[in-house]
Design a protein around this ligand. Structure first.
Ligand SMILES: [Zn+2]
Length: 314
């Protein structure tokens, strides 16, 4: 905000210099009003531009506490409700053919956290919204996303673009909706050229097809009101302006965070040793290592276990 004040002061000084040097003192009062209103107009445009620049520099800075040039599992609670403005959307590619949807895939025995859109190698991939490029990484030819990009947007979303053949942007680069960011490909865990496209809100995975119709190349609504209680919904802009202010949430959010921490702690498990148990058997059971078990319980690898003994396992 400081920068805006300096800017305002600067403008006022310029205007006053201009005024006093070109008119008589007695005319000053008479001429003051139109200059003031002109100044206000210039001011509000300049302030809007500065605010916009600021939000491009640190998109959704109110939501995200961190900025890192790597994949992040956010350990931050989302507010009870978050209004995602979708109106700036641009199709990430020309193609409107969806190959694979969000959700569980029996074929691979795991969840698919994005939408796969058919593209050809070399097709232009574009930023879905304006924002700032957070990650430009390569997970290798056959692993994960392959060459991928994550962009953070000022509407709260982060979008991911996977399996690219080429990345055209740098980390920390500011992009506008529709700007080319890469070329389609089939790098990483992929059986053929396609764009793997993800939308997340502070790490919370959202099915992109809830927000966009890729077949139509458009958003499904002006806003997506994300709600922690599961009652998320699409809304037209004029309905959003009628929504009651979200009571925040700081308090509620803190309570939620505490609940999550409590849940995590309750998951920290203990094991009661039974006859026949070995450290490696217990480690396997709790998905940990013998070394870690030893460290947690302050024992050596060769220590004999006694039935009934309690071991911390995580
Ligand atoms: Zn995919």
């Amino acid at each position: 905000m400081k920068i805006i004040n300096i800017f305002k002061t600067g403008l006022t000084a310029i205007a006053l210099t201009f005024t006093t040097s070109s008119v008589q003192a007695q005319d000053l009062m008479a001429r003051q009003a139109p200059i003031d209103s002109r100044l206000r107009a210039v001011d509000s445009v300049a302030i809007k531009r500065l605010l916009k620049a600021e939000s491009m520099e640190n998109p959704s800075g109110d939501l995200y506490q961190t900025w890192a040039n790597e994949f992040v599992n956010y350990d931050q609670a989302l507010p009870a409700e978050y209004r995602i403005d979708l109106r700036d959307f641009h199709m990430p590619c020309e193609s409107r053919v969806v190959n694979s949807h969000f959700g569980y895939r029996r074929q691979f025995g795991r969840n698919h956290y994005g939408t796969d859109i058919k593209v050809y190698v070399g097709d232009t991939i574009r930023a879905a919204f304006s924002g700032k490029v957070r990650v430009v990484q390569d997970q290798g030819r056959y692993r994960g996303y392959g060459k991928y990009i994550i962009i953070r947007h000022s509407n709260g979303l982060e979008t991911t673009y996977g399996h690219l053949s080429k990345q055209l942007v740098r980390e920390d680069q500011v992009v506008r909706a529709g700007d080319p960011i890469g070329l389609g490909g089939s790098t990483g865990f992929s059986t053929g050229p396609h764009l793997h496209f993800e939308t997340r809100l502070l790490g919370e995975k959202i099915n992109p097809e809830k927000l966009f119709s890729f077949e139509a190349g458009d958003v499904r609504g002006d806003y997506y009101i994300w709600r922690r209680n599961g009652r998320s919904q699409l809304m037209a802009a004029h309905d959003v302006s009628n929504l009651p202010e979200v009571e925040d949430k700081a308090e509620e959010s803190r309570a939620y965070q505490q609940k999550r921490i409590a849940e995590r702690q309750s998951r920290s498990r203990v094991h009661k040793v039974r006859s026949g148990d070995t450290l490696s058997k217990i480690a396997r059971k709790y998905g940990t290592t013998v070394d870690r078990l030893c460290r947690l319980n302050n024992i050596s690898r060769s220590k004999a276990l006694k039935p009934g003994q309690i071991l911390k396992c995580s």
